[in-house]
Design a protein around this ligand. Structure first.
Ligand code: TEU
Ligand code: CA
Length: 568
């Protein structure tokens, strides 16, 4: 059709329902809570809501372990609540995207219960069962959560594969019955009228023939087997089948969560001519502060590397595939604590990060609380954490491995997923207005200062800055369609780029640190002058009046300052 794809022009807001809004005092966010806050989201101006999993689950991995794909998690509400939510979202002109977790199920899903009951039951081949090798696992793969990827099942004398927790057995996508069952579930929700799927670890559904051992470090028994379960050729067969049978029949958006993808892989998953997905979440920029991809071995990050990674995605997908843009989600630390400054420059740096991201090409995703600059939250006691990834790490490294608990707690403070999962901070009443009961996870103690009520009342807040960014996107096609060009790639403090669409050119300049570097526009960029469209500091007394400054050609940036100019 000639209609531009709507998912290219939207801003998506990610809701982690468990921590968004509780309406019945049980300390757990619920669907009624989302309904209660739709007006807030409309004021922010977002177009699409993506909900983390809301299906029936024993919550070993907070809903990513699904027991019944057609039922709503009891704590979150009922199918009637869901229908009401969908109605109310649509009534406001917004759309709703659900999480599709199809690589694995809960070990309590009836398919797995049947599968593990005997070797010859009809569901045995729905999961990945193998004999041991020399009294050990069938291969040496490590799961994502610090434990081996295979668990021994006493009753039937075989191991089952799980790339995540022991309670998340991997489905066998080679079995056409498994594919049909997942497609049926997709139809069930799409026929209710939802507007798309975020597909959990979708690039892991196909495993390499023979499940080979991964190369291990000397002295290590287990190893990361990604090269044998990520981005395998067969994943594209499965996605094309899914596209032909399901996705192509609906006007929806799809985004694949695809850890370990390069731009080459992304062109295969989301190429305009491929008939697979609309876009993918890449993770390269999420590993610039990790050693060899290991998030638990943090290292200092460099702006030049961050710029290089993000700019490569901008350049290599341009005109061929669509980018997704994100700084944070429910698996990552809070961005203002990670790439900004959550101390004296929290507000400035949060606005700067938002500006740099939202002015790039692609569909931006805002993670709940990011729009008010929520920060990481460090608990002193391991018992206060709720995440299986954190507890498995503690188990393996402290309890079994004898490492220093204080050191492990420090990396959890930096990288743990619960940083992003503390309750949404609505106001300065007890528990941040999230619940009248006891929250399922502790509230960040900074809620009296950092909350939605404060942010909405303050015209200079991070929240209102996000609103303006969203409005700029809606008013100016250059934000959606403009070509991106990085300036000053070697600069260690400033990220500057232009966006160009027809005869319009915008300039984005951002200072990533607390110094005051001088920006000079490279002479190759055609520019007579500029109109300031957005900034995170008042520009008047600075800018024009100051001797030897001539913005946008040349000006000194204040700590975490950013500006957006339309060049003339
Ligand atoms: O995450 C998939 C993923 O690749 C993880 O390794 C993620 O990068 C990790 O959590 C960071 O340490 C998805 C979901 O987003 C996550 O919440 C689930 O736990 C996981 O799949 C299993 O379903
Ligand atoms: Ca509740």
């Amino acid at each position: 059709s000639c209609r531009p794809a709507w998912w290219k022009e939207v801003v998506v807001y990610q809701i982690y329902p468990r921590s968004f809004m509780d309406t019945n005092g049980d300390g757990i966010g619920d669907l009624r809570g989302i309904i209660a806050r739709l007006d807030y989201l409309q004021t922010l101006g977002v177009d699409v809501l993506w909900l983390n999993p809301i299906y029936d689950s024993p919550n070993d991995d907070m809903g990513y372990d699904i027991r019944d794909y057609r039922k709503i998690m009891a704590e979150f509400g009922t199918l009637d609540d869901f229908d009401e939510l969908l109605r109310q979202v649509h009534a406001r002109g917004m759309k709703l995207v659900m999480d599709l977790v199809a690589n694995h199920t809960s070990d309590e899903h009836p398919w797995f219960v049947a599968s593990r009951s005997s070797r010859d039951n009809p569901y045995r081949d729905w999961y990945i069962w193998r004999d041991g090798k020399d009294g050990r696992e069938p291969n040496n793969w490590l799961s994502h959560f610090s434990v081996p990827a295979w668990t021994w099942d006493e009753r039937t004398g075989q191991y089952y594969l799980h790339l995540f927790s022991r309670r998340q057995p991997d489905l066998n996508w080679e079995n056409p019955k498994v594919r049909e069952a997942i497609f049926d579930i997709m139809r069930f929700w799409l026929d209710k009228g939802i507007d798309g799927f975020r597909m959990d670890v979708i690039n892991a559904i196909a495993k390499a023939e023979g499940l080979p051992d991964a190369p291990a470090q000397p002295g290590q028994r287990y190893a990361w087997g990604g090269q044998y379960f990520l981005n395998q050729p067969k994943v594209h067969d499965y996605l094309r089948e899914m596209h032909e049978k399901i996705l192509s029949k609906y006007d929806i958006m799809t985004v694949g969560e695809t850890g370990g993808v390069t731009t080459e892989h992304a062109l295969l998953f989301a190429g305009e001519d491929r008939h697979e997905l609309n876009m993918v979440f890449q993770f390269e920029h999420m590993s610039i502060d990790a050693t060899d991809g290991d998030k638990w071995r943090p290292r200092p990050w460099r702006l030049t590397e961050l710029k290089a990674v993000m700019s490569r995605w901008q350049d290599e997908l341009y005109g061929k595939a669509w980018n997704s843009l994100y700084w944070s989600n429910h698996d990552q630390p809070r961005v203002v604590s990670r790439f900004g400054n959550d101390g004296p420059y929290r507000v400035e740096s949060a606005k700067m990060l938002a500006t740099v991201l939202h002015m790039m090409q692609g569909t931006p995703y805002i993670y709940q609380g990011e729009e008010i600059g929520m920060t990481n939250c460090a608990f002193d006691r391991i018992e206060d954490y709720r995440d299986v990834e954190i507890h498995n790490l503690w188990q393996e490294r402290v309890l079994k491995g004898g490492e220093d608990p204080a050191a492990i707690l420090r990396v959890i403070h930096l990288k743990g997923r619960d940083n992003a999962r503390t309750p949404m901070q609505w106001d300065d009443s007890p528990n941040a207005g999230f619940t009248t009961g006891t929250p399922w996870i502790r509230v960040n103690p900074n809620y009296p200062e950092i909350n939605v009520r404060q942010a909405m009342a303050d015209p200079n807040s991070i929240f209102h800055h996000y609103r303006r960014l969203i409005q700029l996107r809606k008013q100016h096609p250059v934000v959606v369609y403009g070509k991106y060009e990085l300036l000053l790639p070697e600069d260690e403090e400033i990220w500057a780029y232009t966006r160009t669409f027809m005869d319009e050119r915008w300039l984005v300049v951002a200072n990533f640190f607390d110094g005051s570097p001088l920006f000079e526009l490279p002479p190759a960029v055609p520019c007579q002058g500029g109109e300031l469209l957005l900034a995170n500091y008042p520009v008047e007394p600075h800018g024009e009046g100051v001797a030897d400054e001539n913005p946008p050609h040349r000006f000194r940036l204040r700590p975490y300052e950013c500006r957006v100019y339309r060049l003339t």
